[in-house]
Design a protein around this ligand. Structure first.
Ligand code: HEC
Length: 72
């Protein structure tokens, strides 16, 4: 699974990250200080095509995750 890691200084930009998923990345990770933010692709499987159309591997949606570090 390709993983794209953006530099820790980057501001998390939802639009840019979504474009990376559209471009074929499966997971975009942004290190935003104490938090780790990730955007993961939900791609179409064969069985999804009946209803959603398109083809296997198309981007159907995305999960955004925010992992907070433990308090120090
Ligand atoms: C039986 C038909 C059916 C199948 C099979 C199906 N879906 Fe859906 N899916 C739907 C419907 C209906 C919606 C709601 C669309 C709406 O509200 O506009 C939906 C919505 C979604 C959404 C929310 C985004 C959107 O387009 O509204 C995602 C993501 C999604 N499906 C992914 C999948 C994936 C991944 C699969 C295969 C593992 C899958 N679906 C298989 C019918 C289906």
């Amino acid at each position: 699974m390709p993983i794209f890691r953006i530099p820790s200084t980057s501001v998390v930009n939802a639009r840019t990250n979504l474009e990376k998923l559209r471009g074929g990345e499966d997971l975009v990770v942004a290190d935003a200080g104490v938090k780790l933010r990730m955007l993961g692709a939900i791609r179409s499987a064969e069985k999804c095509v009946d209803c959603h159309g398109g083809k296997r591997g198309d981007l159907l949606g995305a999960f955004s995750y925010s992992l907070a570090g433990r308090p120090r």
